[in-house]
Design a protein around this ligand. Structure first.
Ligand code: AMP
Ligand code: GLY
Length: 422
């Protein structure tokens, strides 16, 4: 089989790594990929959002299966386009991907089908939104409707902060049309868990749970990022909680979507807050999480290609999905300044030594080869991932690998996994 992976981050390197282990997979392309994917796949210089050129490439190279990593091409309907040309493409259709790219749509579905989530209201007029803020009290959460690379949400401690974020979205139009509408919702308290599931529209099979670390600095300080590290499983997510989530969230969500005429085929990511009243949905994503993918796929015993084929063929119910009985943790190394401005092109040292440590995998995100040298090429640069018997020993292994690696301005959190270790 000839496979194309769309995307070029740590998630896509992990997907390439996992599919490269499949007995069915003979050749992998990755568009655009990064320095890490180039060791297992052939990188293709096409942007993950350039659907027309991805389509021509797929037809020209007679690709058997395309796997879409990031949200933007899904929101733009890559799966619809490929499917209409008779091509096999893994990911939800545009109508289903709306669960991620419209927080208003997701909220409406959750309200309509009684799925536990934060109480919220939708606004398209600034003055109505501001009047509402005056009626309620802080803390409060303000969300831009559309895709905003993880920057479209603020948990405001005061009404003033909420109002200024509203103006940033709706007046300054910081996220363009993604800010045409906003959701204002109650602030939930508890511990966050990321649960990803495989779905063919009828059968849903949950993956192992994970927890990521969104803030840039230790002790959850500083601005939100795409994710600074993750670990799996998340001990807070007990088998009892999984049963509750399956009954109250996963099944009704899928049934609700079917009722709306939407068949969800792909990976659904459910961002949960484990509150005193039980688990509630913070967000849906229409794809693998990043860096959650880096800590979940290494634990998967099955051949990922077989699972994807079963999802595309509507036979997921036949799959018996199994997980290694181990812990996986990932520490993300970023460019200095990320998630704000940062410089690129710094040489990266020490990877060969770090990779020699047993059970350590290094997934590349923003890396490139320049003049024969490995250099930084993005905000999140590397995901240093380790497997082990306990979370503590796993994290120790990951951090011992991190110590070998250096590049100018390198930053990473030193407290990945702190909630589970405490
Ligand atoms: P989202 O993109 O909707 O997941 O929001 C990004 C982050 O904001 C989440 O991972 C949470 O840390 C936080 N967040 C979102 N919604 C809420 C909420 N209703 N209450 C508390 N925190 C929230
Ligand atoms: N780590 C969260 C996400 O992928 O959106």
């Amino acid at each position: 089989m000839r496979i194309l992976i769309v995307g070029g981050g740590g998630r896509e390197h992990t997907i390439v790594w996992k599919l490269a282990q499949s007995q069915y997979v003979k050749k992998i392309y990755c568009a655009p990929g990064n320095a890490g994917t180039s060791t297992l796949a052939e990188n293709v210089p096409i942007s993950s959002e350039d659907i027309n050129n991805l389509l021509s490439f797929t037809q020209e190279k007679k690709i058997d299966l395309t796997v879409v990593g990031p949200e933007a091409p899904l929101a733009a309907g890559i799966v619809d386009v490929f499917t209409s040309k008779g091509l096999s493409c893994f990911g939800p259709l545009r109508s289903a991907a709306r669960l991620e790219n419209s927080k208003v749509f997701a909220k409406e579905i959750m309200k309509k089908y009684h799925i536990p989530t934060a109480d919220g209201q939708v606004f398209s007029e600034l003055n109505h939104a501001i009047s509402y803020l005056k009626e309620i009290s802080a803390p409060v959460v303000v969300k831009a409707d559309g895709l905003a690379s993880g920057k479209g949400v603020v948990v405001a401690r005061t009404v003033e902060e909420a109002e200024s974020f509203l103006r940033y979205i709706m007046v300054e139009r910081a996220f363009g049309t993604a800010g045409d509408r906003v959701v204002i919702e109650e602030c939930l308290e508890g511990e966050e868990v990321s649960l990803m599931v495989f779905s063919d529209g009828n059968t849903i099979i949950p993956m192992i749970s994970a927890q990521d670390h969104k803030r840039v600095f230790d002790d959850d300080e500083g601005p939100n990022t795409g994710g600074m590290g993750a670990y799996s499983p998340a001990p807070v997510f007990t088998p009892e909680l999984l049963r509750v989530v399956e009954k109250k969230i996963l099944k009704p969500t899928m049934a609700g979507l079917r009722h709306e005429g939407i068949i969800y085929r792909g990976v659904l990511y459910v961002g949960l807050m484990i509150t005193k009243e039980g688990p509630k949905v913070l967000e849906f994503n229409a794809r693998f999480g990043d860096p959650e993918c880096q800590v979940v796929l290494p634990g998967l015993k099955n051949d990922l290609f077989e699972i994807i084929q079963a999802i595309l063929g509507g036979t997921l119910y036949k799959q018996k999905i199994e997980w290694h009985d181990s812990h996986v943790a990932c520490v993300v190394m970023t460019s200095g300044g990320y998630p704000g401005d940062y410089k690129k092109g710094f040489p990266i040292y020490g990877l060969e030594l770090a990779e020699k440590i047993e059970d350590v995998y290094i997934f590349h995100a923003g890396t490139a080869i320049k003049d024969g040298r490995l250099v930084t090429a993005g905000g999140r640069v590397l995901g240093i991932t380790a497997c082990g018997e306990t979370l503590k020993s796993t994290l120790d292994k990951a951090y011992s690998a991190v110590e070998y690696i250096s590049f100018e301005g390198a930053h990473y959190r030193k407290d990945i996994g702190w909630r589970a270790l405490k």
